[in-house]
Design a protein around this ligand. Sequence first.
Ligand code: ADP
Ligand code: MG
Ligand code: MG
Length: 372
Amino acid sequence: MSYSISEIATHFSIRGEIEAIVPFGSGHINDTFHIKVTDPDLPGYLLQRVNHYVFENVPALMNNVQLVTDHLKKKLDETPGSNPENEVLTIVKTKGNQLFFRDADSNYWRMFLFLKDTKSYDHVLTEKQACEGGKAFGKFQLLLADLDATLLAETIPGFHNIAMRLGKLNKAVLADSKDRVKEVLPELRFITERVEKMTSILNLGEEGKLPLRIIHNDTKFNNILLDKHDHAQCVIDLDTVMPGYVAYDFGDAIRTIINTASEDEPDLSKINLNMPLFKAYAEGYFKSAHAFLTDIEVETLLIGVLLIPYMQGVRFLTDYIEGDVYYKTHFAGHNLQRTRAQFQLLRMLEEQYAILDQVIREISVTYKASSK
Ligand code: ADP
Ligand code: MG
Ligand code: MG
């Protein structure tokens, strides 16, 4: 790097003297630094270098972040008992009033106010945490439900578009550049058998039956900041916020919460479903989201739960066939192992579908009854 982080920080409109700069957080996409200032009454800052290999249009991305945070703050301003400063990210602009700074090496930097006394966890361990997660992402969608989704740019085009992901897989299979297709015939059959079900959300959307909303698209638990009482305080990591269907966010959160094993578990017998955490997340989610969800959206939530591990498996398999060019792998066959673990999770979800469905039905009926 031909610059220092403190030099980058001076391009932003910060208050106070910089005391220390520390690398921060466990995010995998951006490089994050905590800028501490000497005055204890000032909040400090969070400086990030945005990964412009993953996000090709950073100006459009930052425009999305501004639209979304402005709207969230406006809505919370109208909500008694809310504290928009603490509950929504605040962009700190550059001294030239820009949303980002571009350094001499063409990197994009942006800054937010640092939210003090908060923490984030990589894994959901308790039902209380799962419930807080559901409430937070449900509230995020609720507050954005009246902002026109078409105002937002697609920061990663087709991110959750399964038809596009299957198209990429087909291309990789036809090219078969590493001669690996012969090893993955059972996985390809597994994918083909499920195409109709897995494209149903997309089709309902195209038929105009599902509303296109603003969704988060990266509903991992570590993208929520919790306060000192472990209550959800602020949804962060807004880089992938774009138009989509609510079932994608629901399925994305459940994919990791419900799995008793890791994403790349080699021993498939260890992959089971954590039903109490699923139920707690769903309860939290409906608490926030029941007010805007349409009947058909409720019907699609579980399809989202099946779809997201399926899509993740399709992406891992595509990368395996192409020779492991996208995901970092730690050993030969890692992407294939990841694919198999995702598909085992999907088999478990299919087996237990009736129970999962019952949970959702019971929760949604409670809210229907109480709204009458
Ligand atoms: P990535 O896309 O790399 O995951 P994030 O935006 O999620 O980047 O940030 C990484 C980590 O930094 C988060 O998991 C969280 O712990 C912390 N973080 C992000 N924004 C803030 C903030 N405004 N205040 C305090 N901590 C934050
Ligand atoms: Mg993150
Ligand atoms: Mg991110």
